[in-house]
Design a protein around this ligand. Structure first.
Ligand code: NAD
Length: 363
């Protein structure tokens, strides 16, 4: 197969980690006899400096003409004084809206070799492997009416969902559960909120089409605690927008480093892939960034936009093998550093590619 990928590397460590991820993606695809065609465009602060806008028209046009979009990160101190709607982050929000993805997939998984990086006890996180499916275009962030009446000292937002919005994201979550542990936990606050009662009733209705999946419902407040006390009990976790924003960030502690986590936004016209971390201005330009979150994001491109599961697994296995062999970037080198070989961003990318090459040679 041939994949036309738009790469928008962005600012700070965005280009550093993206370079490594795209090189790994190319290697995995070409190793399987597939073709990767990459187009690069500007987004974020670099686009403000060059084009006067965080999302130039030609970037948006290229995104809409692509099979998938890979984003590094946007933002940085240089642009912090700009008004919110002209900052680098505004470019990313506009891109997300234009691509139309409504299901945000965020894995949170334990990696045995990184147990010392998690603030949770190793025996609690060992084996945890959760996939959050967060509804991204509805709920409190988009509902109207919304306003801040400064004179009255009053502000309000609206949590609103339609049945169809719930059905479409629930179907994605059930289908993903079929490919994983066949368990789905739907999160709501149905003891208090009408919108959650609709959410629960609709998800239960959709479940009838997926008899192979075990569905359970959890209230968001108890779920916040259960994710930290027994994360191994969860497989696919389906949430509305706000609850998913909070719970998926909380669950990043299971892996122990922001630099390790990938994400994908699917269901719209074009899928958008991005590591969850930001542009990390404090370490930009020093080759200190951990590229593994971006590299794991490349695996999600293969899984969700190319249908290449074996190639996706090849990348994920290589990342685990590199960690098992004791290779670390600086953010992961906690504990007894004499046990680790600390690598730069580019060296870590090379190490992953060498591991993939060895796997391909044995297959
Ligand atoms: P951040 O994720 O950039 O950094 C938080 C901390 O984690 C920093 O100490 C950083 O050095 C570290 N870190 C992050 N990624 C890392 C990696 N791959 N390897 C090693 N260490 C890593 O978040 P922040 O500091 O809150 O934000 C910095 C800028 O990024 C801001 O302008 C913010 O708006 C933007 N941001 C962008 C995105 C995005 O593009 N999707 C997401 C979050 C933040």
């Amino acid at each position: 197969m041939k994949l036309n990928l738009l790469v928008v590397a962005g600012d700070g460590i965005g280009p550093e980690v993206t370079n490594e991820a795209v090189a790994v993606l190319r290697q995995a695809m070409e190793g399987g006899g597939h073709e990767l065609v990459v187009t690069e465009k500007r987004i974020g602060g670099i686009a403000i400096d060059t084009d006067g806008t965080p999302l130039p028209a030609e970037t948006l046009e290229a995104a809409l003409a692509s099979d998938a979009v890979f984003l590094g990160a946007v933002g940085g101190t240089k642009w912090n004084a700009l008004p919110p709607n002209t900052r680098p982050e505004a470019g990313l929000l506009k891109l997300r809206a234009a691509l139309g993805g409504f299901a945000n997939l965020r894995p949170a998984f334990a990696i045995k070799e990184l147990a010392a990086n998690s603030p949770l006890k190793a025996e609690v996180v060992a084996g945890a492997d959760i996939l959050f499916v967060r509804e991204l275009l509805g709920g409190l962030y988009f509902g109207s009416p919304r306003a801040w009446d400064k004179a009255a000292g009053e502000a309000w937002n609206t949590m609103r969902y339609t049945r169809d919005e719930i059905i479409r994201v629930a179907r994605i979550a059930f289908e993903l559960a079929q490919k994983r542990g066949k368990k789905l936990t739907s999160v709501d606050k149905a003891n208090v909120l009408e919108v959650s009662q609709l959410w629960r009733a609709t998800v239960t209705e959709v479940a009838a089409d997926y008899p192979d999946i075990t569905l359970e419902h959890q209230l968001v407040d108890s779920m916040a605690m259960l994710l930290m006390t027994s994360p191994r009990n969860y497989d696919v976790v389906l949430t509305e927008n706000l609850f998913g924003d909070i719970l998926s960030d909380e669950s990043a502690v299971i892996t122990g480093s922001l630099g390790m986590l990938p994400s994908a936004t699917i269901g719209g016209k074009i899928n958008l892939y991005e590591p969850i971390h930001g542009s990390a201005p404090d370490i930009a330009g020093k080759s200190l960034a951990n590229p593994l979150g971006a590299i794991m994001t490349a695996a999600l491109v293969l899984r969700h936009s190319a249908g290449l599961e074996a190639e996706a697994a090849l990348i994920e296995t290589a990342v685990r093998k590199v960690l098992e062999a004791g290779y670390r970037t600086a953010d992961l080198a906690r504990g007894n550093t004499t046990d680790f070989k600390v690598l730069s961003t580019t060296e870590m990318g090379q190490q992953v590619r060498a591991t993939i090459a060895a796997q391909l040679a044995h297959s």
